[in-house]
Write a protein that binds this ligand. Structure first.
Ligand code: ATP
Length: 754
């Protein structure tokens, strides 16, 4: 934005406020620092810790004090920032974006200004104001018929600027530009299983993370940071997102990925999809359960259990008394190892009672006898032994698996358990075993599950067992669902996770990441790969059309590297996405040409060129993407076209497709029932009013999805006499809001029940 003379005066005025707030914040930092230093090394560790915690809450000294402000028609302007700032007298200078009082900044719209006359979004360089964008709601309302699609949807220049900003290997927060639809999800009640379905780049991940921050602020009494678990698909993704929450002032939140969601990390064992599919099924819990119980047994062909050796006998227990004790311990035990401890106590007590008065059963012989009837196991030793023995598998499988399935599950066991290779599906099984061995582990009050569309029932069970409350935010896109457990609906996931609280499935419909020209290409896959999924409306037009480069099969690697190097030379953050079969060819050229690159299989992103497998590209984004040989990506698994859709939708700006086969290898493309074209227009280029008429043509309002909450929460607030001023006061009293949200949730539940 270019500032005119009037703007210059206004910027100077705003800068004064920014300077004032900055000084107040830095004064707080100094006094907290002094308090922490004063108690350092003394007994008041808690005071020092609290002071340091508060300093952390103040954020970076370079951070701008506010992201924007809004002017109520009948009151003073309110500045909204990432954190609360008060002056020396405790007066609020900046309210937190998470406070209920800040809601109008995000939710005011031209047809429901909510008492807001104007919303201003600042453009800053650290705490220096460079300019601002104003939305004057009265103006918008007066020219409804002329609104551009962007204005209609509430997308302003600040959003477009943000989307054009450079990308690195770390996701950033979007506090300043959270869209009203996204905000409704961010602040929707804690007590629910919220499933967010949205196309690529609709903001599911950022929304999920901002929701965590919002929940922690507004439900501080029920939810501590260490009570929140964020689960992503792989370590690269987790590294990509893990700075967002600390940047929002929320530390100590646990991040895990599916490869580490168990007692043992996956070591990348390759597995046939049919085997992976079987191992993802819930009947595996029966197999594991039975397999474990069968490890507890009196030795065959023996009628006594001797404690001690032939040379040094201690005692001898009969088969029947031991079997009776085993049965009792199994029935009463809460875990395998708990039962084993009970059995140890029984052997010790029984042997002691048969020894001369005053003697105690010696520990080592008792342990050896115990090991023969109730072996000590770890999850890894148990599963290695189970999969490595056809007899054990057959005995555990019972009627629930066919002989062919048992054959598929069998694999030769490694000599040492540390040499065993574990697949991704093994992790969920090991987790099941771990729970049976040791009982439940840590439980969380809220779980965010990202890229949830691919999870197997066993993986969902792993997630479910970590939930204490049934409160989840589940994020995913059915059109990107691939792998052995690809799904076309959310019903089974909801059934697997839902308990205590109701589920709601809410869509996100605006595509932020992918530019219109690129999405127009990718969206052609949708009618074939995921016909029931609606394409998002893309927000903006990109800088270039997709660059499609036909080459001979032998030139795929060199051409892909050439394109990537060109992008990197322009300072862009690049991803080369290919099928596994082309990885080696690309690596060879990269190495031969001495190109620095990051192979994301190592678990992280580099800052320039990254080489990414199509499956691992999920959730990631780059400024420029080079997709290598779409046919090979589409041939990976039964949902290859979905995988290609993922690969084509990773860019924020440029896309090059290097191909020797077809760019969009769609089988049966010309069949009439599938030939409907997907029209992808960008809101940015839409003629005035176009978006509105298009939306009404499709029979839906372009406003936020009707969760029933919007209107109701407005009614409820009015009924309770919660004015804007009181909402602001609630900034300092999050508990009031908690009460409102709880009451809202109760009321919603009551209505649902009716
Ligand atoms: N309101 C917004 N303002 C600015 N940027 C946004 C907004 N919403 C989303 N974005 C940006 O759009 C991009 C995509 O967001 P995100 O990764 O959360 O999408 P996603 O729906 O999870 O995508 P995928 O399905 O590919 O995993 C990110 O760069 C994010 O910062």
């Amino acid at each position: 934005m270019t500032a005119g003379p009037a703007d210059e005066t206004e910027i100077a005025r705003e800068q004064q406020y920014f300077d004032l707030a900055w000084e107040a914040r830095e004064r707080s930092r100094q006094s907290l620092g002094a308090a922490a230093a004063a108690v350092a090394g003394k007994a008041s560790v808690a005071v020092g810790k609290a002071a340091r915690g508060h300093i952390e809450q103040l954020g970076d000294p370079d951070e701008a004090v506010a992201i924007g402000r809004f002017d109520p028609s009948d009151g003073e302007a309110l500045y909204v920032g990432k954190r609360v700032i008060t002056d020396a007298d405790g007066e609020l200078l900046v309210i937190s974006w998470k406070a209920p009082g800040a809601a109008p900044y995000f939710t005011a719209s031209y047809d429901d200004p909510q008492g807001v006359a104007r919303k201003r979004t600042f453009e800053v360089d650290r705490n220096r104001i460079l300019g601002f964008d104003d939305v004057v709601f009265a103006d918008l309302a007066a020219r409804v018929s002329e609104l551009t699609a962007l204005e209609y949807e509430g997308i302003d220049d600040a959003v477009l600027r943000d989307l054009d900003a450079s990308r690195t290997g770390e996701m950033r927060d979007i506090v300043q530009t959270i869209h009203s639809m996204q905000y409704e999800l961010v602040r929707s009640p804690l007590e629910q299983l919220l499933v967010v379905q949205g196309g690529p780049g609709t903001g599911k991940t950022v929304v999920g993370l901002h929701r965590v921050s919002w929940l922690l602020f507004n439900h501080a009494a029920e939810l501590a940071p260490s009570d929140v678990l964020v689960v992503g698909p792989n370590p690269t993704f987790t590294r990509y997102i893990r700075q967002v929450l600390p940047g929002l002032g929320d530390h100590q939140i646990e991040h895990r990925d599916l490869r580490t969601l168990g007692p043992q990390t996956s070591t990348g064992r390759d597995e046939h999809p049919t085997v992976a599919r079987i191992k993802g099924e819930l009947r595996m819990t029966h197999l594991i359960n039975r397999g474990l119980v069968q490890r507890v047994r009196f030795p065959e062909r023996a009628d006594r259990l001797d404690v001690g050796t032939a040379a040094e006998p201690v005692a001898s227990l009969t088969r029947s008394e031991v079997e009776e004790a085993l049965g009792r311990s199994i029935n009463q035990a809460r875990s395998y190892l708990g039962g084993r401890a009970a059995m140890r106590s029984w052997i010790t007590a029984t042997v002691t009672s048969r020894m001369p008065w005053g003697s105690q059963a010696p520990a080592a012989p008792v342990e050896a006898a115990l090991e023969r009837v109730w072996p000590s196991l770890t999850s890894q030793t148990f599963l290695r032994d189970l999969f490595g023995s056809r007899d054990r598998l057959l005995a555990a499988a019972g009627e629930q698996f066919t002989a062919a399935e048992v054959r598929m599950l069998f694999r030769p066991a490694s000599d040492r358990v540390s040499d065993e290779h574990w697949s991704l599906t093994d992790v969920a099984l090991l987790d099941e075993v771990d729970t049976l061995l040791n009982g439940s582990g840590a439980l969380f009050g809220h779980i965010v599950l990202d890229e949830a569309q691919d999870l197997s029932p066993m993986q969902l069970q792993s997630v479910r067992r970590r939930s204490r409350t049934g409160s989840y935010t589940v994020l995913g896109d059915l059109a990107q669902s691939t792998g052995p457990w690809a799904r076309d609906g959310w019903e089974d996931l909801v059934a697997a996770l839902e308990f205590r609280h109701p589920a709601s499935i809410v869509p996100l419909r605006l595509g932020y990441r992918v530019p219109q020209q690129v999405y127009a290409l990718a969206a052609q896959l949708l009618p074939y790969s995921a016909p029931s999924v609606e394409a998002p409306s893309v927000v903006r037009v990109g800088p270039a059309d997709p660059d499609l480069r036909p080459v001979g099969a032998g030139d795929l690697g060199p051409e892909a590297v050439r394109a990537a190097r060109d992008y990197a030379a322009r300072g862009l953050f690049v991803g080369i996405i290919c099928a596994d079969e082309h990885r080696a060819a690309v690596v060879e050229v990269l190495n031969a040409e001495g190109v620095q690159f990051q192979d994301t299989r190592g678990g992280s992103l580099g800052t320039s060129i990254n080489l990414v497998g199509a499956v691992d590209a999920k959730g990631l984004e780059f400024e420029a993407v080079v997709v290598v040989e779409p046919e090979a990506i589409a041939a990976q698994g039964t949902h290859g076209l979905r995988l290609l859709y993922v690969a084509l939708t990773r860019t924020t700006k440029f896309l090059t497709v290097v191909h020797s086969g077809e760019v969009l290898p769609i089988p049966g493309r010309d069949s009439p029932e599938r030939s409907q074209a997907v029209e992808v227009t960008s809101l940015q280029e839409d003629a005035p009013g176009h978006q509105r008429s298009r939306a009404s043509k499709a029979g839906r309002s372009p406003k936020a999805p009707d969760t029933g909450l919007d209107k109701f929460s407005a009614d409820f607030a009015t009924a309770m006499g919660v004015s804007l001023a009181e909402n602001v006061a609630a900034t300092a009293q999050p508990r009031l809001w908690t009460a409102i949200v709880t009451a809202l949730a109760d009321e919603l539940e009551r209505r649902r029940d009716k």
